[in-house]
Design a protein. Structure first.
Length: 429
């Protein structure tokens, strides 16, 4: 009897563990409900981005009507506010082809600003890889040549910006639309390198009666048109995630586990190749302030921070809107927890750790030095703060890979980056 008792006692933990796993799996949310909540968060995020862009448009119209340092400041502040909901939507990239194919219209970077407007002499006057490097569409009121063909620039229209200039000649740096084109027009070039200070365009650049920089009416018109175009684009993508929208249906009606695959590909690729690699490690390796996402406004710390918040929103299944209300429901986290609670705990801890490290970077940017200064050569302390975030993101990607394995989502590969995977290929531009 004693031997049997020992055997029963030793088996008890296994029975309890098996029962716990069985209970967790039985209480797991339905995959369809997780996908629906994911689409709901996407729709809310893009609607909030659209609403913020409309407020930005109001501020820009005020600037154009009454150019002053006060109205310019208000427009800049509206642009900064507009970035908060938009950056949280980047978690819907990579896994969703509809989003990834569209995203370049509104958030392409870096841009060769000489395509749009005047630039400092230090910018140079030639780039063998880009014939439009200093095309200056605002000053050029007649024609420019694109790949040997004449393009009429006499009127600044949506068609000109979106169809003829954006990525003209197949050059990705020819960015004529979206947030960063608006940013450049509001701030101007940041000529401070890795020193303090952002762009400092004067309000008189928009004042025909007291014009600096030349072509003030054309500059104001470009700003008006590009902002209106951005609203069109945001309205389009918000509709794609609405009821019966193509992006929503592509996820919620995906065969098998393809909807879940889209979610995890998006989270992992944004985490690893895009953020840890292209947006952070590359700039740190090169100590190059041009490798800064919101480079004209010195807002990169916020754009990075809200990217990570967006990842947390999706994995945790909860999004806090600008008005404080929440969109929440069944989450990928719950699906992973049902399969392996320890793995889910590790993923959540990794995401929260990245948020904490990013919060340190954000606070430093707001109290001591901006992101472009942090990545400067010789700034040991600032470099370390950036590297801490990169390390946290790499760890986060590894934990997301564990979640993928638990959910049995085969053949998922995250976007990579030479700055992480093959640094020998990384050279100064």
């Amino acid at each position: 009897m004693r031997i049997k008792a020992i055997r029963l006692a030793s088996a008890l933990p296994l029975l309890v563990a098996s029962a716990a796993v069985a209970f967790a799996e039985s209480s797991a949310p339905k995959q369809a409900d997780v996908l629906e909540n994911y689409a709901n968060i996407a729709e809310a995020g893009y609607k909030d981005s659209l609403a913020a862009a409309k407020k930005l448009q109001v501020a820009i119209e005020k600037l154009i009507a009454e150019p002053s340092e006060a109205t310019l400041k208000a427009a800049r502040e509206a642009w900064l506010v507009s970035r908060v909901p938009y950056m949280q939507t980047e978690a819907f990239r990579f896994g969703n082809p509809i989003v990834d194919e569209w995203e370049g219209k509104v958030n392409a970077w870096p841009l060769d600003e000489g395509l749009i407007d005047y630039v400092a002499t230090s910018y140079g006057d030639d780039n063998p890889e880009n014939e439009l490097y200093i095309a200056n569409v605002i000053a050029n009121k007649k024609l420019i040549k694109v790949s040997g063909k004449d393009v009429d620039t006499s009127k600044i229209t949506k068609a000109l910006l979106a169809e003829q200039l954006h990525e003209a000649g197949g050059v990705e740096a020819n960015v004529s639309t979206g947030y960063h084109a608006v940013e450049f027009l509001l701030w101007g070039q940041d000529l401070n390198g890795t020193g303090p200070g952002a762009g400092n365009r004067p309000a008189t650049d928009f004042d025909p009666g007291n014009c600096t920089g030349g072509n003030c009416e054309r500059r104001a018109e470009y700003l008006r048109v590009v902002t209106d175009l951005m609203i069109d684009d945001l309205k389009w993508i918000a509709t794609q995630w609405g009821k019966d929208g193509d992006a929503r249906l592509a996820v919620t009606q995906a065969a098998g586990k393809n909807g879940l695959r889209a979610i995890l590909i998006g989270l992992g690729s944004l985490t690893y190749g895009e953020m840890a690699g292209e947006r952070m490690k590359l700039g740190l390796l090169l100590h190059d302030p041009e490798e800064e996402h919101d480079c004209f406004s010195d807002n990169t710390h916020n754009s990075h921070y809200y990217d990570v918040v967006g990842i947390r929103n999706v994995y945790f299944g909860e999004y806090t809107r600008p008005d404080g209300s929440k969109v929440s429901g069944p989450s990928p986290s719950e699906l992973v927890r049902a399969k392996d609670p320890e793995i889910d705990k590790r993923v959540r801890a990794a995401i929260n750790n990245t948020i904490e490290k990013m919060a340190v970077l954000k606070k430093r940017a707001e109290t001591k030095e901006r992101y472009d200064q942090m990545i400067g050569q010789g700034n040991t302390e600032g470099n370390a703060v950036v590297q801490d975030v990169i390390d946290a993101l790499v760890t986060q990607a590894k934990e997301l890979e564990r979640a993928i394995a638990v959910l049995k989502l085969e053949a998922i590969q995250f976007e990579g980056s030479d700055s992480l995977d093959d640094q020998g290929k990384v050279t100064p531009q």
